[in-house]
Each structure stands twice: as C-alpha cells, then as structure tokens.
Design a protein around this ligand. Structure first.
Ligand SMILES: *Cc1c(COP(=O)(O)O)cnc(C)c1O
Length: 355
C-alpha cells in the first residue's frame, strides 16, 4: 500500500511506518478524529478472516474466524486502545489507567509507552495469564496486583479517575468502542452479507462495539454472545459475586456494558448463552489441532458456543477469536500432549518419530 493512501499533512512518525495503515487512518471518516490529531498507532486492525473448514462441516454453515490475536499486542483491545490513547494525548493527559483481566493491561501499557504517557494497570492478583503480565511489565507500566477480582478493580479505578486527572481506558471509555467497532466494518467489507456473529462476552464492551459498527455499516447479523458458565451474569440476569472460569479474560461478574449488550442482542435477534469450561477447552484444542489457529481460552468461547448450540439456520457465520494463544502458555501446556524425551542416536530418533 503506498503512502498516498494516508491523509496528507501528517508527520511520518504518526503513521506508524509502512504497510497497512492503522485503523484510525483507514477509517478516519467514520471515527471521531481528524488527520491532524496526534494519532497513536501500532498499525492495529486489518486482521485475518480465515475460513474454518472443519468447523463449517461440523455445523453445516459457512464459518469464518476473525483472528484478532494478530493485532500488535495480540488481542482486539488494540483497536480500542489506539483510539482511547489518541484521545488521552489530545486532551493533554499524562497518564492512563485501567482495570484489566490482562489484555487491556497489555494493550494500554504498549500504547502508553508509544505515546510517552505513564501507564498503570490494576489486575486481579494471580488471575491473569503469564504472557499478558510479561507484556504489561515490559512496556513499563506500573502493575498493581489487587487482592480482589476484576469488578472490584474497575470500581476502584473509576473512583480514582474521578479524583485525579488520569485517563481511564477501560471499555467504559467511549473511544474504546469507537475503535473496536471497526472490526465490524472489516467483516462487512470482506464478506458482504453475514448472517451471524459469535463472540465471547466479558465486560460486554466488544459486543456493544460490534453492534454499533454493523449498524453504521448498514448490516444486521444476529449477535450470539457467549459467557463462561461460571461467569455468566447476562445469561442468569443477576450479577455474579465470585466469577470463576479457566477463561480468565472473561472472568467478570458485573459487566460494565450490561444494558447495551442486551440491547444489541435483542435488536439483532440474537441471544446470550453459556458454555462450560470443558466446552471452551474442547473448542480451544480443536481450533489449534483442526484449523491451525491458536487462540486463548476466552476466545474459544465463541466457537464453543457455535458447536454447542448450532448455527440456528444461519448460513454465513463469523466467530471472533479475541486473543492469541501465546498469551496463556500455561493453559496450553496443561491442555496438550507431552514432549518425547530422546537419546541422541538414529535408532532412538527413528523410534520417537515413527513409533
Ligand atoms: C477483553 C476480552 C474479552 C471480552 O471482551 P469484553 O469487551 O470485555 O466483553 C474476550 N476475550 C479476550 C481475549 C479479551 O481480552
């Protein structure tokens, strides 16, 4: 892609370099920014949409997976974070903060580093995947391990940012949703019509953003949201005091975007449903072994839901795979086969390889 595709009059550094433009440049006419804003980008978005042959056959529909793990920090959070941090810079903030189950922390830390802002992230102690923690620390954020869960962390950062001039970059921040809605634009551009979208739901920001994006693009697929059975307040209709699931990214008992998510599902004639950890892990292993796609456990909830409840008469379905499998190497190693020890001679290697 030539640099002619970028809005003119902008310093090169803000474009993020060569290759495809970041999503603010790509969709600037549909986002609340101008080309001369101080755009912070890692060239997020434009993620692969891959046909899932095996899953398609299993459910009798044309199924695609949107690989959001291909974003710069390995999750869809980058779509929202480039907008939230750009806005923070525009407003003159010197620091950003978030509560996080992990990926928001990794993304906020990266974009804060890029923008030269201070970053602080509050995570539930011992409850976030190793890769995400490594990212937040490497990017130089102050990482605070709260002796509490995500819902308590979010409550506290909301109070903190009411008192101090620090930008809150959780998905309660409207710029997060603006950025995340662009994934729906990409789906409509690539597929034309889409009958259903399957998506994991935690704090419910992403499903809200997708619905906004689809509506702005003049499209209305049915939205099927999936929560982990141990953290499924939108399914039961009551908040969960002690959410539990292997899918740590969606271990949330009181979603901030509760109302908006329910509206999205009702308006789109979709539904919110629960999948067990066992079903999530089955889908997680299947995606890796049969489709060659390694996502994190929370992401597999979308496919677990599609496999469990079927395509409901929908012909063309997209599943959002929200984060990369390498985020959580520990769960991967627990869920996969073991390595074969081998002596360094041909006979032993033959036996190991062919036996
Ligand atoms: C944040 C996250 C989710 C949940 O998105 P919400 O907007 O909180 O509903 C799902 N999967 C992964 C990997 C995430 O990081």
């Amino acid at each position: 892609m030539s640099s002619d595709n970028y809005p003119s009059g902008e310093p090169c550094a803000q474009r993020g370099g060569h290759g495809h433009p970041g999503l603010i440049h790509r969709f600037i006419d549909r986002l609340p920014f101008d080309a001369d804003d101080p755009i912070v980008t890692l060239q997020e978005g434009s993620t692969p949409l891959v046909h899932a042959k095996w899953i398609s056959e299993r459910v009798g529909a044309e199924v695609y997976v949107k690989i959001e793990g291909a974003n710069p920090t390995g999750s869809f959070k980058d779509r929202g974070m480039c907008c939230a941090v750009t806005q923070a810079v525009k407003e003159g903030s010197e620091a950003v903060i978030c509560a996080s189950t992990g990926n928001t922390a990794a993304s906020a830390a990266a974009y804060a580093a890029r923008a030269g802002l201070r970053g602080a992230v509050i995570v539930p102690d011992g409850k976030i995947a190793t890769g995400k923690l490594a990212q937040a620390l490497m990017h130089g954020a102050r990482v605070i391990a709260l002796r509490g869960n995500f819902d308590e962390a979010l409550e506290l950062v909301r109070e903190l940012t009411d008192k101090h001039p620090i930008a809150l970059v959780n998905s309660v921040n409207p710029y997060r949703l603006e950025g995340q809605k662009t994934a729906a634009f990409e789906l409509v551009e690539e597929l034309g019509t889409l009958d259903a979208l399957c998506i994991p739901v935690g704090n419910a920001g992403n499903i809200t953003a997708y619905w906004k994006g689809f509506q702005e693009a003049g499209s209305s697929p049915r939205l099927f949201g999936f929560q982990a059975a141990g953290a499924a307040p939108l399914v039961s209709g009551v908040r969960v005091e002690h959410p539990e699931t292997i899918a740590s990214a969606i271990r949330i008992g009181n979603p901030a975007r509760w109302e908006e998510a329910m509206t999205a599902m009702t308006q789109s004639r979709g539904d919110i449903r629960a999948v067990t950890d066992e079903e999530i892990l089955d889908a997680y292993r299947l995606l890796a072994a049969k489709e060659g796609v390694f996502c994190e456990p929370a992401s597999a909830a979308s496919v677990a839901g599609l496999l469990k409840y079927g395509a409901d008469g929908c012909e063309r379905v997209a599943c959002v795979l929200t984060g990369h499998g390498l985020k959580d190497p520990q769960t991967a190693l627990e869920q996969s086969g073991s390595v074969l020890p081998c002596e360094p001679n041909l006979g032993a290697v033959e036996k190991a390889v062919l036996g």
